[in-house]
Design a protein around this ligand. Structure first.
Ligand code: PHE
Length: 461
């Protein structure tokens, strides 16, 4: 079968794209509010343990699956396993579509903030609720975001995705470092640092654990084949073990930094750490305002612009999932596949868009069993796609890799580009993790998550 697939042009290009996929709104928007809800330091520690102990082995496994099969997730499970296993691939593509549908709406908020702060509107922080309920404005920004994503994806892998990631990611890190240092100089900042760095394990409950798990998967773009897809564009001689470690470390570092930037601000402004999805949107504009009109506008708009770019490298990788499926499996031309996917995803995102105050139906979409308040559509989507489906994806991917594709073949693939791997302790650990830790932890957490979130059954409290 003649199958010529485009490839990342360099190792750095692959790392930048994979780190670009990983680093995004998950780190800077979602991580701080999850950590805020989950007791700060305690959440941080559980999250870090999941990232290194559980996610890293799965991350390199996904990349290896993609590189070996040279296909999208659906094709991968068929080629390396059997057509019976393609359901894992379909689950991945579905999950990518669902995540992209609401992610794109939040990306619209971020881009809107860039514009508002550029115009000197620092009051946007206090008006967050009415801003996200303004469907025509946010809808316009989200549509723009989707179009830009689709345009870049339609151009293919090397031109665009690689080049943009290489410049924008370092710029984002610099500005976040600046903001964290600035935040530390604010009054009462030290209370925020304490909240973020001194754990109080008495606060830990099962909900914190499954939220930290969902967050680690989401943040590393795991459990739904995004990295299988990127792996399929990777050259044979690239070292997956090291590249995967760099991607994991960069992602964790940026999430950590986001917390270090936000919590001192939250405490200095006397706000609640439980600010939910609005946390960064409500707190940051006030801080920019405090820097004075000129500096505030420069730093504030630059921050939201770079955050838009971080989101863009993630939406690109999400969009690549349905696109690579349509191109590889359905023989549809790339340009057409892209616009079909963009249209479907945008439409699916509409309930998330209007479920933030505009439409009462989607704002109070569902009341879970045993819950006292209704849940909005976007939160419902994150509960389904992120807290439930990603761990399921991870469960099946680990089982597939060791028992169906077989560990020996996986390890052979991982050793291309890193000859020392097979004899290293990492190999032993990865084997142990995929065989035992991942299936057991993910399987159990999935069951508990579903029972707790959707059925209100609190097994451990
Ligand atoms: N990892 C991205 C983030 O943290 C989100 C994402 C999830 C991207 C899954 C691709 C696939 O923002």
């Amino acid at each position: 079968m003649a199958h010529k697939r485009s490839k990342f042009s360099s190792r750095f290009g692959f790392i930048a794209a994979a780190a670009g996929s990983a680093v995004g709104l998950g780190n800077i928007w979602k991580f701080p509010f999850e950590a805020g809800k989950g007791g700060g330091a305690a959440f941080l520690i559980i999250y870090l343990v999941f990232c290194f102990v559980l996610c890293y082995p799965l991350l390199i496994t996904e990349i290896a699956i993609g590189r070996k099969s040279q296909r999208n997730p659906v094709g991968s499970f068929k080629i390396l396993g059997h057509s019976r296993w393609t359901f894992i691939g379909f689950l991945s593509v579905l999950c990518g579509i669902l995540i992209l549908s609401f992610y794109n709406v939040v990306a619209g908020w971020v881009f809107g903030y860039f514009v508002e702060i550029l115009l000197g509107n620092f009051a946007i922080g206090e008006n967050f609720e009415s801003f996200i309920a303004d469907v025509s404005e946010v809808g316009g920004y989200s549509l723009l975001f989707m179009v830009v994503t689709a345009f870049i994806v339609s151009k293919g892998i090397t031109n665009g995705i690689e080049r943009a990631s290489k410049i924008l990611m370092p710029a984002l890190v610099i500005i976040m470092l600046f903001l964290s240092i600035y935040a530390l100089t604010l009054d009462n900042a030290i209370e925020g640092v304490k909240f973020y760095l001194i754990p109080d394990f008495s606060k830990v409950n099962i909900e914190i654990i499954y939220r930290a798990l969902g967050q680690s998967f989401f943040s590393l773009s795991l459990g739904m084949g995004a990295l299988i897809t990127y792996g399929s564009y990777l050259k044979k001689n690239e070292d997956i073990i090291t590249s995967g470690a760099i991607v994991t470390l960069s992602d964790v570092f940026i999430a950590f930094l986001a917390g270090l930037m936000i919590f001192p601000i939250v405490f200095s402004q006397g706000l609640s750490t439980d600010g939910g999805t609005g946390l960064i949107f409500v707190t940051l504009p006030g801080v920019f305002e405090g820097m004075g009109p000129v500096l505030g506008i420069i730093i504030g708009s630059l921050f939201f612009l770079l955050l838009s770019f971080a989101a863009l490298t993630s939406t690109i990788s999400l969009m690549e999932l349905p696109v690579s499926y349509l191109v590889d499996q359905r023989n549809i031309k790339r340009e057409i596949a892209v616009w079909i996917s963009a249209a479907v995803v945008f439409l699916l995102g509409i309930p998330s868009l209007i479920g933030n105050g505009y439409s009462a139906f989607f704002t109070e979409f569902i009341t879970y069993f045993g819950a006292d308040k209704p849940t909005d559509f976007m939160t419902f989507m994150t509960d389904i796609a992120l807290n439930s489906l990603l761990p399921v994806g991870g469960f099946f991917i680990s089982i597939f890799a060791v028992y169906i594709w077989k560990r020996r073949k996986l390890f052979r693939e991982l050793s291309y580009g890193n000859e020392k791997f097979l004899k290293s302790w990492i190999a032993k650990y990865v084997a142990f993790c995929l065989q035992y830790i991942a299936p057991v932890v993910l399987g159990i957490t999935f069951i508990i998550t579903v029972l707790e979130i959707f059925f209100g059954l609190h097994l451990f409290s």
